[in-house]
Design a binder for this molecule. Structure first.
Ligand SMILES: Nc1nc2c(c(=O)[nH]1)N[C@H]1C(S)=C(S)[C@@H](COP(=O)(O)OP(=O)(O)OC[C@H]3O[C@@H](n4cnc5c(=O)[nH]c(N)nc54)[C@H](O)[C@@H]3O)O[C@H]1N2
Ligand SMILES: Nc1nc2c(c(=O)[nH]1)N[C@H]1C(S)=C(S)[C@@H](COP(=O)(O)OP(=O)(O)OC[C@H]3O[C@@H](n4cnc5c(=O)[nH]c(N)nc54)[C@H](O)[C@@H]3O)O[C@H]1N2
Ligand code: SF4
Ligand SMILES: [Mo]
Length: 741
């Protein structure tokens, strides 16, 4: 007997609705849910492999605890007893900073990862927080924080309506999109072309996305900020700027004109290796398009000038009048967005409120660079990290210099990992707490709905009941909060109740809240939902911008209403939101913020730098997901390989034949990989994917260990940063390649 169950896919930012075939308690098939209000049936090979991913025999089935140096199966009670016994005394003896918290990418793909880490951090009060953001999108948070006063106010390209898309350093045909939640991104790009729109792709590789484009600009890696500054220069020079309706909300346009004056196409072109006339044409087309959006991702973020490039993306959206207009780049409004407040000056966005102890890195969004984790563990003294709590993170593979981090983690006094696998990072833990497979978890996209190209809301309950001996990931996190905060043994529901009570206390005191002046206790009693996480979701929905406001807006969203619509509720196309989104001190868009202005001399200096003869960039494969899907047979093999792609001219120059094993060397070390000769990478650029290197003893990844690949991040020593955001430079660093043997 089989049945179907709906489940939002947690594997990438597209958040497609899946229709799962379930036999007994096993997921035996996955199709796109044709009725899903956002994805309308789209699915990719990863989503189609949901069943295999869900039932991977290497997934841990229960907690592991280290006894006499060996990780062994244990009861949940023993696991949390040990955490409480070890963590609290450490905090009491050495202070809160003795505990480092590491949050990896899948935390944004689980409800638990959204709901509990903020509570944990509030309880611990450690300044040692490290997340995947500093290997990823932190430059965009900084740019939005400075421009708009809110690091989460990230405009997304209005893919369904735009007439012109300038896309830099993103390959949505493999990644399915990022900071732009858009199921069937490929189909949306094709539809753009079909309706007569134009697509320009800037990428040193001729990717599958670039192949769809009207124009592919094979830029020299690391130079996007220069290209964008030059486009801005042309717009000013040729009087093509037209911010339109939002002009009244902007300050600093003239200052930006001065700041980019010297980045003329003639000066910038040779550095980017883009013809000056092409830069002029790109600028003119951008200005002339009826609507247009500029969008940059990984290749424009994890580079030397990541924050400047991210800032310039939105400067161009502003200058061409495309920010906050349909068809341009708009701010989504998710159902769990904070209660709308009226427009007006805010607190602004501060950087560097404290600095890391060893490297002196400025705090950004309360985080320190993940690349600085090892030194904070290794270096003795006040504030040294002695214990690590890692959730859904595999920094031994995903961050620079994994070998060093591997040694540092091995030297910790205590480590906890919330992870379904015993992998390169979790093998160092003293306690591993495995979440159940995704079919057994409920799903709501707290983060990605805020970056979606269409406003909508969807929630799916577990497709399969929690198996015997399993613990829901929300409960794992709640119990960890209790164990880490001296409340070990209390009911996990107490954590949710605490959050609900404090949120309601704030809401009833807020004159802009629909529940202002009401009785918080009485409101709490009206929340529905099975258990703490659902009650919290109900609360956020009801106080959110589409919510029922506990009766103030009849017909508005509640958990019950969302549950009554299993395929989701469409909340309409993106709409202009300025100036309400602004939280800057001026209450306006601050187009040339001081920290950006202070970083521009570094960009000017880059004009004089001699480019390296060979630099490395990464790449993603459609059937991959960072470091953790190499263990699924259905997703391995074929072109999903850890090869070094190199242009035929470079291969000839270096005397390399296709398949030759080479040694790749950079400042952090050397790795060996076979070369794959292809003219899809430009001359002077090689490409090696990340997330590989599954050869460490002690991990339990049978399939991945068979084809381990090498860890590209071993080439880095962790010293290259985009200084404003603390983001590691993972693209465009110099390498040497020589034949092995
Ligand atoms: N050279 C190079 N390095 C890169 C990148 C690059 O482009 N180039 N990309 C960077 C980017 S963008 C990112 S986001 C990072 C990602 O790096 P990380 O944040 O370290 O994430 P992953 O490598 O995806 O590893 C995720 C971990 O979460 C576990 N996991 C999977 N599902 C769940 C779950 O449901 N719950 C829990 N608790 N755990 C789960 C997996 O087993 C794995 O251990 O890598 C970065 N590293
Ligand atoms: N299949 C799959 N999907 C994924 C992931 C995955 O690992 N696999 N990871 C997920 C995660 S965590 C993220 S953050 C997103 C990332 O989503 P995307 O940003 O779309 O990621 P990539 O596919 O790495 O695309 C980055 C592109 O930048 C190019 N590039 C490198 N350096 C430069 C440069 O200096 N300038 C320019 N203009 N381009 C450059 C690279 O050649 C590459 O094509 O993908 C998500 N989706
Ligand atoms: S595109 Fe992303 S969300 Fe959609 S099915 Fe594939 S992995 Fe899942
Ligand atoms: Mo990422």
């Amino acid at each position: 007997m089989s049945r179907t169950a709906l489940r939002i896919c947690p594997l990438c930012e597209a958040t497609c609705g899946l229709s799962l075939t379930v036999e007994g308690t096993r997921v035996t098939g996955a199709r796109g849910d044709a009725d899903d209000v956002l994805s309308q049936g789209f699915i990719c090979p990863k989503g189609a492999s949901f069943g295999e991913i869900d039932s991977d025999p290497d997934r841990l089935t229960g907690p592991l605890v280290r006894r006499n140096g060996v990780l062994e199966e244990a009861s949940w009670a023993e696991a949390f007893d040990l955490i409480a016994a070890r963590l609290r005394p450490m905090v009491e003896q050495y202070g809160p900073n003795a505990v480092g918290v590491v949050l990896g990418n899948p935390n944004v793909h689980t409800m638990a990862g959204a709901l509990y880490p903020p509570v944990l951090l509030g309880a611990l009060r450690t300044r040692n927080l490290f997340t995947a953001s500093t290997l990823d999108q932190m430059p965009k948070h900084v740019s939005s924080g400075l421009l708009f006063g809110d690091p989460f106010a990230i405009p997304v390209p209005d893919l369904d309506r735009t007439a012109h898309l300038l896309l830099l350093g993103a390959n949505p045909l493999e990644s399915n999109g990022s900071l732009c939640t858009a199921p069937d991104f490929p189909g949306k790009l094709k539809a753009l072309r079909r309706r007569g729109g134009t697509l320009t792709v800037v990428d040193p590789r001729r990717t599958r996305t670039a192949k769809l484009a009207d124009r592919h600009v094979a830029i020299r890696p690391g130079t996007d900020a220069l290209l964008l500054a030059s486009i801005a220069q042309v717009l000013f020079e040729e009087k093509l700027t037209a911010p339109g309706e939002i002009e009244a909300h902007i300050e600093g346009i003239g200052e930006v004109a001065d700041a980019v004056r010297e980045f003329t196409p003639d000066v910038v072109g040779p550095v980017c290796d883009v013809a000056p006339d092409d830069i002029r044409v790109i600028a003119r087309e951008l200005a002339a398009a009826p609507t247009a959006a500029v969008y940059g991702r990984i290749g424009s973020c994890t580079v030397e000038h990541g924050t400047l490039a991210s800032w310039l993306v939105d400067v161009l959206n502003v200058l061409t009048g495309n920010l906050d207009r349909p068809g341009g780049a708009l701010f989504p409004l998710s159902a769990t967005d904070r209660t709308p407040r009226p427009a007006g000056p805010g607190k602004g966005f501060a950087l560097g409120r404290w600095h890391s102890r060893v490297g002196g890195h400025p705090e950004v969004k309360s985080e320190l660079p993940l690349a600085a984790l090892a030194e904070e563990i290794e270096t003795p003294g006040e504030g040294q990290i002695r214990a690590v709590i890692a959730s859904a993170a595999n920094p031994v593979l995903s961050a620079p210099d994994g070998d060093r981090l591997d040694r540092a983690l091995a030297g910790l006094d205590f480590m906890v990992s919330i992870d379904p696998y015993l992998n390169e990072t979790s093998l160092h833990a003293d306690v591993v707490l495995p979440p159940p497979p995704p079919s057994q978890s409920a799903h709501f996209d707290f983060a990605f709905n805020g970056f979606a190209v269409r406003n909508q809301v969807r929630y799916t309950r577990p497709a399969v009941p929690l198996a015997e001996g399993r613990m829901d990931e929300c409960e794992i996190h709640a119990r960890l909060v209790l164990a880490a905060s001296g409340m070990h043994g209390a009911e996990p529901a107490a954590v949710d109740a605490m959050v609900v009570d404090s949120a309601l206390a704030k809401a009833v005191a807020d004159p802009h809240s629909p529940v202002h002046g009401q009785d918080a206790k009485e409101l709490a009693a009206r929340l529905t939902g099975e258990g703490g996480p659902e009650r919290r979701l109900d609360l956020m929905l009801r106080l959110g911008p589409y919510g029922d406001g506990f009766g103030a807006r009849p017909g508005g969203l509640t958990l019950d209403r969302v549950l009554a619509h299993p395929h989701g509720i469409d909340l309409g196309p993106l709409r202009p939101r300025l100036p309400q989104v602004l939280r800057t001190r001026s209450g306006r868009i601050e187009l040339l913020p001081a920290p950006i202005a202070a970083d521009l001399p570094r960009l000017r200096a880059a004009l004089a730098e001699r480019p390296a003869s060979l630099v490395l960039v990464g790449r993603r494969h459609l059937r991959s997901n960072n470091s953790w899907l190499h263990n699924i047979p259905a997703l391995t093999g074929g072109s999903n390989r850890c090869t070094l792609q190199i242009h035929p001219e470079d291969a000839a120059r270096l005397g390399l034949a296709d398949g030759t094993d080479v040694r790749i060397t950079s400042e952090g070390g050397a790795v060996a990989a076979p070369v794959e000769i292809t003219d899809s990478v430009r001359v002077g650029v090689v490409s090696l994917p990340h997330g590989w290197g599954h050869s460490r003893p002690g991990s339990r990844l049978a399939v991945a260990a068979d084809r381990p690949g090498v860890n590209v991040n071993q080439l880095l020593d962790g010293s290259r940063f985009d200084p404003l955001s603390g983001t590691s430079v993972l693209n465009g660093f110099p390498v040497e390649v020589v034949p092995l043997s």
